[in-house]
Design a protein around this ligand. Structure first.
Ligand code: NAD
Length: 485
């Protein structure tokens, strides 16, 4: 399938163009123009919310078992079109084909969790006194919105949309304006799977659309995934307008490497964590805290990083601005006295000279107060801070404003346990560099990596996308009054 020359909004089952101004969609692989997309505004959001409201009574009136039937079909369509969906992610985001394929496979896994909802959401009932029953049922909220970032154009929408929909809500998605193609195809495939018109809608655009979502009185809940700066804006604005909101933000993940760690496995995992998806993962390793004597591991990391070649086994970063920002961080660290062991600046890929590439970069002897130690770089860069012991390493990790993930590499169960207990992060890895919890476990960080109650995926999402209805019934044959009649 060829890439759509023009991405439209998808509202009420139709591709809609309201004559908005448009933005070019650029492939970061080579700087070429892939498509255009509309810069929508509050009128488009109003139209989408209206369509979603109209679709809500019939959709929420189906049983959970009926709603999941569509997602069995949709899951199979994802599998059937995996090559095409992989190619879309590769082209619009710039990650390698292998990484893009893994992303679509993860979306399939997310759908498999959604179709398992009838086995999980079983409601509760108890006879609390003779003939009197209390029952709790989960009910959908109504129209809900999902706002997503550029780094996983296929997977992040699947974190929320299948669960929100099978639980009976109708949805408006606002994808990142940098990667609208995967979301547009998602709408087509959901329609092909049999999703009724208006149940799922896509409105493209930037800040203006996000603000219109947060301000809309008929949107009951908004999920956001993106940078901490915008997560704070969205969380405050949506909450102030009485929406339920969960907003996932940025990250600065610390990997604590102890001297007893397995050299090859640790070096391989740390480098894979920092360079995978060109470092544009909220779970990527960003700081390695090397405890005591870890030089053999660092030497091996250098060897591993040098085997990673932009344009071959390393994708591009998202934009020219991102490349410049990442390179600026490296230059500043070098000027402040850090040592660049592997330098990814000025990477050029032959035949794709206009692509946005940064090679893997390892910076050693970083001090905790440097920008590369504290701020999210979001590129294939790892900063190494040396610590004398585990307590100092944990203190460094704890001082971060973020708290998405942290990991420890060691062969000692006791030391690993200390990190599991004391790290200030929502997701912890032991000898694993990207500790993403898989379904049915929930995904979500701590501190400035997440605002709101609960996590965004897995069992926790059931709470977010539903409200409990509590019903008490009395069908007592003796019709006896008691203290709670
Ligand atoms: P971003 O915050 O720039 O954009 C996210 C969304 O917000 C987009 O849809 C965008 O259009 C919109 N937006 C941007 N600026 C806005 C503004 N001023 N007001 C209102 N809306 C605005 O994030 P990004 O660059 O697309 O994605 C990368 C970021 O996302 C990184 O910080 C990364 O760590 C984070 N991220 C976090 C998680 C997580 O699970 N915590 C997952 C993926 C990505």
């Amino acid at each position: 399938m060829t890439i759509q020359a023009e991405v439209s909004n998808f509202i009420g089952g139709q591709k809609i163009s309201n004559g908005q101004s448009s933005l070019d969609v650029i492939s970061p692989l080579d700087g070429s123009k892939l498509s255009t997309m509309p810069l929508s505004n509050h009128t488009d959001i109003n139209q989408a919310v209206e369509a979603a409201q109209k679709a809500f009574p019939a959709w929420s009136g189906l049983t959970l078992k009926e709603r999941v039937q569509i997602f069995f079909k949709y899951r199979n369509l994802l599998e059937k079109h995996i090559d095409e969906l992989t190619n879309l992610v590769h082209k619009e985001n710039g990650k390698t084909t292998e990484e893009a394929r893994a992303e679509v496979l993860k979306s399939i896994e997310l759908c498999e969790f959604a179709v398992s909802m009838p086995q999980i959401v079983t409601n509760e009932i108890q006879e609390v006194s003779k003939g009197v029953e209390c029952r709790i049922e989960r009910k959908p909220l109504g129209v809900v919105a999902c706002i997503t970032p550029f780094n996983f154009p296929n997977m992040v929408p699947h974190w929320t949309i299948p669960n929100a929909l099978v639980l009976g809500n109708t949805v408006v998605l606002k994808p990142s304006e940098l990667v609208p193609l995967s979301a547009a195809r998602m709408a087509e495939l959901l329609q092909e799977a049999g999703l009724p018109d208006g149940v799922f809608n896509v409105v493209n655009g930037g800040k203006e659309v996000v603000e219109a979502i947060c301000d809309h009185p008929d949107i009951k809940a908004t999920s956001f995934v993106g940078s901490t700066k915008v997560a704070k804006i969205v969380y405050k604005r949506a909450s102030a307008n009485l929406q339920r909101c969960v907003a996932l933000g940025g990250a600065k993940n610390h990997l604590l490497v102890l001297p007893d760690a397995n050299v090859d496995m640790t070096a391989n995992n740390v480098v894979a964590s920092m360079a995978g998806c060109a470092g544009q993962r909220c779970m990527a390793a960003s700081v390695m805290v090397g405890v005591d004597k870890v030089q053999p591991i660092i030497d091996k990391m250098v060897e591993e990083a040098k085997a990673i070649k932009p344009g071959e086994n390393l994708g591009s970063v998202i934009s020219k601005e991102a490349k410049e920002r990442i390179e600026q961080y490296i230059t500043e660290a070098e000027a402040q006295g850090a040592k660049i062991l592997v330098d990814g600046r000025n990477a050029v890929v032959e035949g794709s000279e206009d692509g946005f590439y940064v090679g893997p970069t390892i910076i050693d002897y970083v001090k905790p107060d440097m920008a590369v130690a504290k701020e999210e770089i979001f590129g294939p860069v790892i900063s190494i801070i040396r610590a004398k012991d585990l307590d100092e390493a944990i203190a460094i990790e704890n001082s971060s404003n973020y708290g998405n993930a942290a990991a420890v590499f060691t062969q000692s169960g006791g030391l690993a346990r200390q990190v599991m207990e004391k790290a200030s992060a929502g997701m912890i890895g032991v000898n694993i560099g990207v500790p993403v919890p898989r379904e049915p476990f929930s995904f979500g960080g701590w501190n400035e990596s997440k605002f709101g109650v609960g996590d965004i995926t897995g069992k926790s999402s059931i709470e977010f996308w539903t409200q409990n209805k509590k019903t008490t019934t009395k069908w007592n044959p003796e019709d006896k009054r008691d203290w709670m009649s």
